[in-house]
Design a protein. Structure first.
Length: 95
């Protein structure tokens, strides 16, 4: 599978790119894959950077949703959101 790695910002060393693996994927439709989401802030920053880079976003898939606002924030930004697990699956509770 093709993948794009998104940095918070381009670094002053190395490849100096904000996106790695994106050169041949310009303009393609992507899904964001996150290991864990809490508030959704970093996911939304990555989404903004990808959109600014010319990518279309299909949505966000997270392995674990900590149930601390990420779903609501991501969906409010117009992105579908799916998680494989929620906090209660591991902790037995949710905030």
């Amino acid at each position: 599978l093709d993948a794009v790695y998104v940095r918070k910002q381009a670094k002053g060393h190395g490849s100096r790119k904000q996106f790695e693996g994106a050169d041949h994927l310009a303009g393609k439709r992507l899904a964001i894959l996150e290991d864990t989401v809490t508030t959704g802030g970093s996911t939304l920053r990555a989404a903004e950077a990808l959109r600014a880079g010319g990518f279309e976003l299909a949505g966000v898939v997270a392995v674990v949703d900590r149930v601390e606002g990420a779903r609501e924030a991501i969906e409010a930004a117009g992105l579908p959101f799916v998680s494989l697990y929620r906090r209660r699956d591991f902790m037995g509770d949710e905030p």
